[in-house]
Write a protein that binds this ligand. Sequence first.
Ligand SMILES: [Zn+2]
Length: 271
Amino acid sequence: MQRALLALAPRLLVVLLLPAIAPLTGCASLNQAVSNFNTFSVEEDVQLGRAAYQETLGESRVLTTGPGAQQVQRVTARLVEAALVDAPAFAQDFPWEARLIDAPEQVNAFCLPGGKMAVYTGILPVAQSDAGLAVVMGHEIAHATLRHGTKAVSRQQILVGGVAAIDLVLRGSDRDPEYATAAALLATSLIGLKYGRSAELEADRVGLITMARAGYDPREAVAFWQRMAAQGGQQGPEWLSTHPSHGNRIAQIEGLLPEAVAIYEAVTAMP
Ligand SMILES: [Zn+2]
């Protein structure tokens, strides 16, 4: 598998689609336009996410029974319903799905473009509760509804992979002998993707409101990030890729808590 990837690498390391001009400009509206730039259609989000998901689950030990698996289904179902209240309309048609992967060393979770999610068992002890897991998955679901994955790929922040692999997955056939290699490369790239600092803070913000609306106490987000900070070097790639320090994240969350707590209290006061 590694050898096959290496053999294919020269053809897959393809030129960029658009220079990363955002850091060169001081103009907020241009920065906004660049951060929303996306060369992919919503249907392609779904297609790429599905291929990467199949590849990842195929190589993982998926747990379908037991309290952890039930917890993942229970929490993600409530979060998706809450997220769709103010998510863009296209997210209604995403093939939302979540699985628990047995990997105690992985303190991580992801939501691919198009809504395919996975939680690694290693993050459950840090999450501690349904509310703690809702912090993680509210954030991950926001990455999908905000289309951060294909936006990052459009800005050429994808390090491994490249246009050829994406093209093969989108327009090729899964009977193509190179399809599996391309899908594997895509999975590695999408799951290890660096979304960037502003996307991470945006996912924190949207995720916090989502968890509150789903009836999970948003104050748990501060406690969760404190536990993640205490984990130090054991964080998974999604959290390592985040540029905001835990302190910055927590500061933003604390600023948003009055609004989030009000939503949470209104939701939990309903009969
Ligand atoms: Zn993130």
